[in-house]
Design a protein around this ligand. Structure first.
Ligand code: UT7
Length: 333
């Protein structure tokens, strides 16, 4: 185990074609482009409109592209983990479905539900199978159809979320200048009172009454979630810097969960990072939950250099939160 790290050796992402703009939203609920831009920082988000398609649709596209880009044969993949809060079905796991649709046969595959921290949790989990020496090719994919649980009559939540996916390939490395170095992942289930889905699970199986009460949509108390998001995300990001002796100058990029521009700015401030070092694409995709981090890395990939110190940080339903410190493993190709 000593000396082996898990490195991201390839990244791809996919968003559906349909773009839901603030203008269109303002015809659906009482809101404005100005309010959404000022309070959240989102201009548009991509939405799955393809009939009969769920999260595996976008997840499959990202994984297919990743396999092709990294010249990986489906049969080489030993483990695929899908992070999602919007699985195609309660069961089987969306990871199983993505494997089937991409020709990945016999791989160990399962889902992780950790709210908006899902990708980070899945990345940390996948990395352990690499550093243990068990697997050499692991795919971690974040895939969401958030539009399936958004109440488009609730102006406080409907501007926030979008659909999309991103996937990475993890492989072993012994290069000291590459790979995942450290992680802090935490959770506090008490936070569920502020952010959850009331019905549809085993506590409240679906009934006509739960449908009528719109209980299958996201329930969010924005202000407490905002407060915890800022403090918890910033705390772990600063802690991971300190325990790895990283100053703000040492950090090439912060990759923050894209939930609210004001949360991102507050976290970057606590870390002493100027905005130029922060990956921000919330304006075009909104909050795609488990897909925000890989969507950022994918967009920035052409600018990333081998050895770049990168901090990924998230906060989400659970509550769950965390930070991962990694060194980028390759130069632009
Ligand atoms: O990724 C999972 C984690 N989730 C998050 O990180 C979300 C964290 N929370 C937030 O990002 C923010 O709290 C929200 C974006 C959800 C809400 O922003 P806010 O600045 O906290 O607004 P608020 O809830 O305090 O509402 C302020 C006012 C209210 O009106 P009154 O009561 O002051 O008259 C709301 O009714 O803004 C009103 N409002 C809106 N107005 C226009 C709420 N939503 C809208 C809207 N358009 N879409």
């Amino acid at each position: 185990m000593q000396g082996i790290r898990a490195a991201i050796t390839g990244i791809e992402a996919f968003v559906p074609d349909y773009i839901l703009t603030n203008e269109e939203l303002s015809q659906m609920v009482d809101t404005t482009d100005e309010w959404i831009m000022t309070r959240i920082g989102i201009k548009e988000r991509h939405i799955i409109k393809e009939p009969g398609e769920g999260s595996s649709f976008v997840g499959t596209e990202a994984v297919k592209r990743l396999l092709s880009k990294t010249n990986t044969k489906p049969e080489e993949v030993e483990l695929l983990i899908c992070a999602t809060v919007t699985p195609d079905h309660q069961f089987p796991a969306t990871a199983n479905i993505i494997c089937d649709k991409t020709g990945i046969k016999k791989a160990f595959s399962f889902d992780i539900n950790a709210g908006c921290s899902g990708f980070l949790y899945a990345l940390a989990t996948g990395a352990k199978y690499v550093t243990s020496g068990l697997y050499k090719k692991v795919i971690v994919v974040g895939a969401e159809k958030m539009s399936s649980i958004v109440d488009y009559t609730d102006r406080a939540t409907c501007p926030i979320f979008g659909d999309g996916s991103g996937a990475v390939l993890l492989e072993p490395t012994t290069d000291p200048e590459a790979g995942i170095i450290d992680e802090i992942l935490q959770s506090d289930g008490f936070g569920r009172i502020h952010l959850h889905q009331k019905a549809g699970g085993s506590v409240k199986p679906p009934t006509h009454e739960t449908i009528d009460a719109r209980e299958h949509y996201i329930y969010q108390e924005g202000q407490p979630v905002f407060k915890y998001a800022v403090s918890n995300m910033a705390d772990v990001s600063v802690e991971i810097m300190e325990r790895n002796n990283l100053s703000s100058n040492d950090i090439a990029w912060l990759v923050p969960h894209q939930a609210n521009m004001r949360i991102i700015e507050a976290v970057a401030r606590r870390m002493g990072l100027e905005k130029e070092k922060v990956m921000i694409n919330i304006e075009r995709y909104g909050n795609t939950t488990s897909a925000t981090l890989p969507l950022c890395l994918w967009e920035w990939e052409p600018r990333l250099k081998k050895g770049d110190n990168i901090i990924l940080a998230t906060f989400g339903a659970g509550f769950t939160w965390g930070a991962i410190y990694l060194k980028w493993a390759y130069d632009p190709k």
